[in-house]
Design a protein around this ligand. Structure first.
Ligand SMILES: Cc1cc2nc3c(=O)[nH]c(=O)nc-3n(C[C@H](O)[C@H](O)[C@H](O)COP(=O)(O)O)c2cc1C
Length: 498
């Protein structure tokens, strides 16, 4: 059955692997038979995105390297290859973290926790392969890159889907690296979806306020990248902006994000992480490209966004681990005791959070939910939190469902709504007006806690020896051992390990 408490310790040892660069990572995937090279011609217009969405499966597809893209397959083409689906399998995430490919996602969450608090600062170097080609002025033409029109209903061709967007806080100088969608609007303009409550939005607001904003000193993702790799990331200075980028990056697009609403450009809609078309066509802050640097024969990193049953995106697989790890760290920092496991199932990007805990007093699940929702990490995630006891395996959907069936009593405050909080502006379950980040700076979520733990507010029952819930029907260990000892004799084959 599903009722097994799991220890909190890590059972695997991590050997951080730096993979040198994207090409090293692709070679490592090929060596492990985790890569499909697609050499037949594929159209960047709808076809490539469709293939990627169908091929990814529920975390079972291979990484994809498109080597022959229509209109971009001449020897003179500036960029001829697209790499995607690199991280939509737990095997590949494990490899990236320097772990055996079959490491259980539960362990990946624990590793993720320590990686997120680790820090290996980057190293500045004089130059690197990313400077092999430097394009400025009239040589800048974004259409030389095979940005896919990923989905038929997208508002345009999206060049930025899985590229790191580097920005800098004007007051602290701390750089941020985040993934933000960006559409090609002309040969040198990329409108970007910027939300105020995201880090790029914090920076945007700070620059709009003339660099006078009160900002907490942030964490630079380059430090976290170093912690993941177990080695510093080597950075080079950009040509036209005061920012640093990886020396072995394939392509770097430098530029300035327009602060003046008069310079905004129409962007969207886009097939979003929710699995729905989302983010209306509307004017967005646009990047004015001032320089492009790239390696020889560069590989464009791209991803098909949007997870659905049967097709898990890179975002949803990575989120299931890192959003769970982040939430667990938030719970720890808030001092919530007894947390034994945290998980976000991979079909959504960290929207439904599962927490397993060893309760020692009533209200502990509510304390956990409040801690998570009170954190800025909850902005576009953790809409629904389900808390279970430590006999329920949160990686087993049936176990969680069983706990919800028999340990939840909505009339006893086991279902709690936290109304009108900040939330994802792309969630179609929110009314359209309330999703308008221009009006409100963020979306609006009514959050729900499902407390599926045994209710410690009930009186201990003397008939149950002081327990609050009756024993389950699962046999005692002695009875199980006795039955299994006769398994072969009964003609039932080899007994399961107990
Ligand atoms: C493929 C992809 C596209 C994304 N697009 C956006 C976006 O357009 N705007 C946004 O605010 N977040 C977007 N996100 C989510 C952010 O990358 C994520 O919230 C990240 O934590 C933001 O970085 P930050 O925490 O430094 O703000 C996207 C994520 C992925 C994986």
């Amino acid at each position: 059955m599903m009722l097994h408490a799991r220890p909190n310790e890590m059972s695997v040892e991590r050997k951080p692997a730096a993979f040198a660069d994207l090409r090293g990572w692709i070679a490592a995937l090929e060596a492990q038979d985790e890569l499909a090279n697609i050499n037949a011609e594929v159209d960047w217009n709808i076809e490539l995105g469709t293939i990627m969405r169908l091929a990814q499966g529920p975390g079972t597809g291979k990484a994809l390297l498109f080597n022959n893209i229509k209109d971009y397959n001449k020897p003179t083409s500036r960029c001829r290859r697209i790499f995607g689906s690199g991280l939509n399998s737990y095997r590949r995430v494990a490899m990236l973290l320097g772990l055996p490919p079959d490491t259980h996602p539960r362990e990946l969450v624990k590793i993720g926790r320590s990686v997120l608090t680790g820090s290996v600062p980057p190293k500045i170097v004089a130059s690197g392969p990313v400077k092999e080609n430097i394009l400025k002025g009239p040589d800048i033409d974004l259409y030389e890159f095979p940005s896919p029109h990923w989905n038929r209903l997208d508002g345009g061709r999206y060049l930025l889907t899985y590229g790191g967007c580097v920005t800098k806080d004007p007051d602290t100088g701390v750089m941020n690296v985040g993934i933000y969608r960006g559409m090609v609007a002309s040969h040198d303009r990329i409108p970007i979806l910027v939300w105020r409550a995201q880090h790029i939005g914090h920076h945007y607001t700070a620059w709009q306020n003339g660099g006078e904003a009160e900002m907490p000193k942030g964490v630079c993702e380059y430090d976290v990248m170093g912690a993941i790799r177990g080695a510093p990331v080597e950075l080079v200075k950009c040509e036209t902006v005061d920012l640093y980028v990886p020396a072995t990056a394939e392509i770097v697009i430098e530029g300035y994000l327009g602060l003046d609403p008069d310079t905004y450009i129409m962007e969207g809609p886009y097939a979003e992480f929710t699995g729905y078309l989302a983010g209306d066509r509307s004017p967005k802050p646009a990047m004015r490209v001032t320089c492009i640097t790239h390696r020889n024969d560069p590989i464009l990193r791209g991803t098909i966004e949007g997870a659905m049953p049967g097709s898990y995106s890179e975002n949803s697989i990575c989120s299931s681990i890192m959003r769970a790890a982040t939430a667990w760290n938030v719970l720890d920092r808030a001092g919530v005791p007894g947390i034994t496991d945290v998980w976000c199932p991979p079909v959504h990007a960290g929207i439904n959070l599962l927490i397993q805990m060893k309760q020692s007093y009533r209200g502990q699940a509510k304390q956990a939910a409040n801690a998570v929702w009170g954190s800025s990490a909850a902005h576009v995630r953790y809409k629904h939190i389900t808390v279970v006891d430590d006999d329920i395996d949160i990686h087993d959907y049936a176990a969680v469902d069983w706990a919800i069936a028999y340990r939840v009593n909505a009339g006893e405050d086991d279902v709690v709504i936290m109304p009108s909080t900040f939330g994802a502006g792309l969630d179609p379950s929110t009314r359209r007006r309330d999703r308008n980040a221009h009006l409100f700076g963020t979306g609006k979520w009514n959050r729900v806690l499902i407390d599926a733990t045994m209710n410690l507010d009930y009186d201990p029952d003397p008939d149950l020896g002081g327990a609050r819930f009756p024993p389950t029907v699962w046999p005692d260990k002695a009875d199980i051992d006795k039955a299994y000892a006769r398994w072969a004799e009964l003609g039932l084959g080899k007994p399961k390990a107990t």
